[in-house]
Design a protein around this ligand. Structure first.
Ligand SMILES: [Zn+2]
Length: 171
């Protein structure tokens, strides 16, 4: 396993964050290695999600860990459907250090994806997990959370003063 560099905004490498990614078609050892590296990198950065463009790769793939009981998940070629309800909460991004913004996301959704062996899987998600899936799926389309922010971005040092700050997580 190896840590990967996380691409940040306002750096020379940032253009990869604004590009659309390509479907993963080869489910080989190299992909498993990448998934392990991304999981390690996400934990090292104290994040709950990390998408391939954030480590400089234009692949439709992300990793997440929002529920310690469920553990690490590797999501490949995701397709979101049946979104229901909406919630507004603070989000942060490992590619945009220290800044948070309020984003509207569906409360519930269904997700179809491939696992590391290429098998088709489905899951239902709600709350923080649904929010994380939407944030990461946006990364795969070259969309940063800052494009969807309601109001202003706030620095993490100001977050504690906000009463409606229910979830702050880094994706
Ligand atoms: Zn992000």
């Amino acid at each position: 396993m190896a840590l990967r560099n996380i691409v940040k905004v306002n750096t020379e490498a940032e253009s990869v964050l604004y590009k659309k990614t390509r479907m993963v078609e080869k489910f080989d050892e190299k992909l498993k290695q990448l998934a392990e590296d991304m999981i390690e990198t996400m934990h090292e950065a104290n994040g709950v999600g990390l998408a391939a463009p954030q480590v400089g790769l234009l692949k439709r793939m992300f990793v997440m860990n929002v529920d310690p009981e469920e553990g690490d998940l590797v999501i490949i070629n995701p397709e979101i459907s049946e979104m229901e309800g909406e919630r507004i909460a603070y989000e942060g991004c490992l590619s945009y250090p220290q800044m948070f913004g309020r984003i509207k996301r569906p409360f519930k959704l269904k997700l179809k994806y491939n696992d590391l062996n290429g098998a088709v899987k489905e899951m239902e998600a709600e709350g923080l997990k649904a929010r994380c899936i939407c944030h990461e799926a946006d990364h795969l389309d070259g969309i940063m959370f800052t494009e969807k922010v309601i109001g202003d971005l706030v620095h993490e040092s100001q977050l504690a003063d906000n009463a409606d700050n229910t979830d702050e997580e880094l994706y």
